[in-house]
Design a protein around this ligand. Structure first.
Ligand SMILES: [Zn+2]
Ligand SMILES: [Zn+2]
Length: 272
């Protein structure tokens, strides 16, 4: 995937290619944090079965294996964070393992069905989990199609099928990879700790922006069932704002708030 990004030098670039890369980045980052993480792994809000599937599909377009695999391994991470059994701990196994090694490792290839009895009942999610390459391939084909259509209809834009494919499929996906993986690696290394959790999780505002809120990782390890990851108004949590807006129109509901003790401990830490 990384090497294929170099094809960009061959196919060139255009505004439509950049736009597709940009849109697919944010759509997938949102789907991962809202769908895989806050909804499937932590059940921190409720939604309809179709929107659950839409989020799972969007997240699976990021080519990070299946949604049930993802959610089950993530629950395992919370139960064992930074301990010997943690799937991706920079403390235990070093930076590279926590960043990409774990997802490429055969050891963590299987979905941990025992950890997700509540999710395994959804046939459509099991299907997506099995054919997890499908959404990515559909997305890639759509990128090519959009580029080819633009080339024919608006040649002045300079877009081609191959070009939009390279930017939308390869470049955008690699950016999504590193934004997501950074939370497993760097967010357990760099940043501040407001809460004394048993792991090394940190809060990092820069990562929070690129991941739509996931950078508030110490907050998250302190209160994993909260839908909101940025507990205070200055902790920018873009996915939370989108989910609140979606709750106004009834697409999602029952968003779990941070526990009161998060603010008690938080205010004491801020004052100190
Ligand atoms: Zn973590
Ligand atoms: Zn989590």
């Amino acid at each position: 995937m990384h090497a294929a990004c170099l094809l960009a030098f061959w196919v060139g670039v255009s505004w439509p290619a950049i736009a597709v890369c940009f849109v697919l980045y944010w759509v997938r980052i949102f789907s991962i944090t809202a769908g895989l993480h806050r909804l499937l792994a932590h059940a921190s809000f409720k939604t309809s079965r179709w929107f659950q599937f839409a989020l799972a599909w969007g997240a699976t377009m990021s080519l990070q294996k299946g949604p049930l695999w993802w959610a089950s391994l993530h629950r395992h991470h919370h139960a064992n964070s930074d301990e010997e059994d943690d799937i991706h701990s920079p403390v235990q196994d070093g930076f590279w393992h926590s960043h990409v090694g774990w997802i490429l490792s055969r050891r963590w290839e299987a979905t941990m069905w025992k950890l997700i009895p509540d999710l395994a009942k959804f046939g459509e999610l099991r299907w997506l989990n099995r054919f997890h390459v499908a959404p990515g391939l559909v997305m890639g084909a759509a990128c090519w199609g959009i580029g080819a259509l633009l080339e024919r209809a608006y040649p002045a834009l300079g877009a081609t099928g191959g070009q939009v494919f390279v930017w939308g499929f390869f470049v955008s996906t690699v950016l999504v990879y590193h934004a997501t993986f950074t939370i497993n690696s760097l967010a357990h290394v760099y940043g501040t700790r407001r809460y004394e959790t048993k792991d090394t999780s940190k809060n990092n505002w820069l990562m929070a922006i690129f991941t739509m809120g996931e950078g508030w990782h110490n907050n998250h390890h302190f209160a994993p069932s909260s839908e909101r990851l940025g507990f205070f108004w200055w902790e920018v949590d873009l996915a939370h704002y989108v989910l609140v807006a979606l709750s106004w129109v009834g697409v999602v509901w029952d968003l779990k708030k941070p526990p009161r003790r998060a603010y008690e401990v938080g205010e004491r830490a801020e004052a100190a």
